[in-house]
Write a protein that binds this ligand. Structure first.
Ligand code: JFZ
Length: 473
């Protein structure tokens, strides 16, 4: 069936109305019935070209993504056994990201697994972590349920290589986090390394390939016996899961993707990133990493994930912390380009989020308490470039709100907004609400600003205009 092959590509990035139509044509009268299709019926072994996941999930993309687009800001948590060596192997400090230590030093499977005996994060407090994220203004949390080292951070019945069975800790942190997220009203997502697994036979290893015969085996067997049942556990045993964050789709050809895709039906409202298949054709959003696309990714949903220092997993000696100013301006920059910011913390083997991360998150939270409305639920800036900062927008029934994020507070008392053609209703400071005078100038507008800068990192001016936004860049 030629169409199936054509159909596979890029539903996440293509015109979804078109996709909806295609699926109507393809699915025809079956479309409704497909909603109740059981996992069994979607079994790729029975139907290798099964496209029911796309048929069911593709058209619901906008509905499922609604909360995510509102949220704009989430916490990434990279936590695993690698927090025990913390970036040091046989007295050598790794220059690479901490969670890659096992591959970088080709640590034998048994030797790395022995580290689990030292992993006892008794200071872990799920409520504290969730409250830290919440007070920073984050609306969701994505935690590594299993990273490339193959170690499950949850009580898995599939493999004893998990935090409950293999460490002295004997607790399930994902259960505790799910509970805390539910209580505090945050969404929870799981990162799962579906292809790379350096512990279980048959799991993939990027860059160097396997280095220990214990890793050899069939990737399909690994997927069937480890990844598939573990993802089932994650999507069945922890209540509502909002995000599945796949990673490094090495060798994830369509037949392998089809083993995992149908599992998402266990959580019909879930959203996923674009790292399940090797061609990045499935998923709801794309994932620029450690960088902010210069002009956003128009027509796509996207999320930039970023570290606060230079590693995802904890490294004891990494002190290269980004400043609060950089982190906050990144969040604003990303929102002004229509994306989300997934900001990482790397907890220690004791279960603590490093103090420099906590300080920064608290400072971000103080800013968000005042300025949050200029971030949540906003859409991208209509301006190409603004000399003094960034802009986010919200469409209103009769007009629009522009949030002007002023990084460089004007010294001459005037803020210029070139090319804005709308009639202005009002301009005010978000903090305190003082009204500001506005006049037309040079085909745009000029706002008169007080001399005292409200916030040296970023001050918000709220501009209400009439009618649909009209900007001539
Ligand atoms: C991956 C992981 O290997 C890494 O350990 C971490 O979890 C990070 C969030 O994701 O690293 C990647 C994945 C993709 C790219 C780069 C690094 N990429 O597409 O450029």
């Amino acid at each position: 069936m030629v169409l199936a092959a054509d159909f596979w590509p890029n539903w996440s990035l293509m015109n979804r109305t078109l996709l909806g139509r295609l699926s109507q044509i393809l699915g025809g009268g079956l479309a409704l019935g497909a909603l109740s299709v059981s996992l069994h019926a979607a079994d790729p072994a029975e139907n290798p070209t099964d496209i029911s996941w796309q048929r069911d999930f593709g058209p619901s993309h906008d509905r499922r993504m609604q909360w995510w687009r509102e949220a704009r800001f989430g916490m990434f948590i990279h936590w695993g056994v690698y927090s025990v060596p913390a970036g040091v192997w046989k007295s050598e400090q790794s220059k690479h990201i901490g969670e890659w230590l096992m591959l970088d030093y080709h640590i034998p499977v048994a030797e790395y697994a022995a580290l689990t005996k030292q992993f006892n994060p008794v200071k872990f407090d799920a409520t504290q972590w969730v409250r830290l994220a919440k007070n920073a203004g984050m609306k969701y949390l994505v935690i590594t349920s299993k990273h490339h080292d193959g170690f499950a951070m949850f009580r898995s019945r599939v493999s004893t290589y998990n935090i409950y069975d293999a460490t002295p800790f004997k607790r399930d942190p994902l259960k505790e986090l799910a509970e805390a997220c539910r209580k505090e009203g945050l969404r929870l997502g799981f990162y799962y390394s579906q292809a790379q697994d350096w512990h279980h036979p048959g799991g993939a290893a990027a860059r160097t390939g396997h280095w220990d015969p214990a890793q050899d085996g069939s990737m399909d067997d690994y997927l069937d016996q480890v990844a598939v049942p573990q993802v089932k556990e994650l999507l069945s045993n922890y209540g509502p899961i909002s995000i599945l964050w796949w990673d490094t789709p090495k060798d994830m050809i369509p037949s392998r993707v089809q083993k995992l895709l149908p599992l998402l039906k266990l959580q019909p409202d879930i959203v996923t990133n674009n790292r399940l298949d090797k061609d990045k054709k499935t998923g709801d959003f794309s994932t620029p990493e450690q960088k902010i696309p210069a002009t956003g990714l128009p027509g796509e949903d996207w999320e930039t994930c970023m570290t606060m220092n230079t590693t995802w997993g904890y490294k004891s000696f990494d002190e290269k912390w980004k400043s609060t100013e950089t982190l906050l301006r990144n969040l604003i920059d990303i929102a002004s380009k229509g994306g989300n910011y997934l900001l990482n913390v790397g907890p220690t083997s004791e279960g603590l989020i490093p103090a420099p991360s906590v300080e920064r998150l608290e400072a971000i939270g103080r800013w968000m308490k005042v300025n949050g409305e200029a971030i949540y639920g906003t859409t991208a800036s209509p301006f190409k470039e603004l000399a003094w900062g960034r802009c986010t927008t919200k469409a209103e029934p009769q007009g629009a709100t522009l949030y002007l994020h002023v990084f460089d507070w004007p010294r001459d008392g005037h803020l210029l907004l070139p090319g804005l053609k709308n009639e202005v209703q009002s301009a005010s400071l978000l903090s305190g609400g003082a009204r500001l005078a506005v006049e037309a100038q040079d085909g745009g507008i000029r706002i008169t600003t007080p001399s005292a800068c409200p916030d040296p990192i970023s001050s918000t001016v709220v501009l209400k205009v009439k009618g649909a936004l009209d900007v001539r860049n």
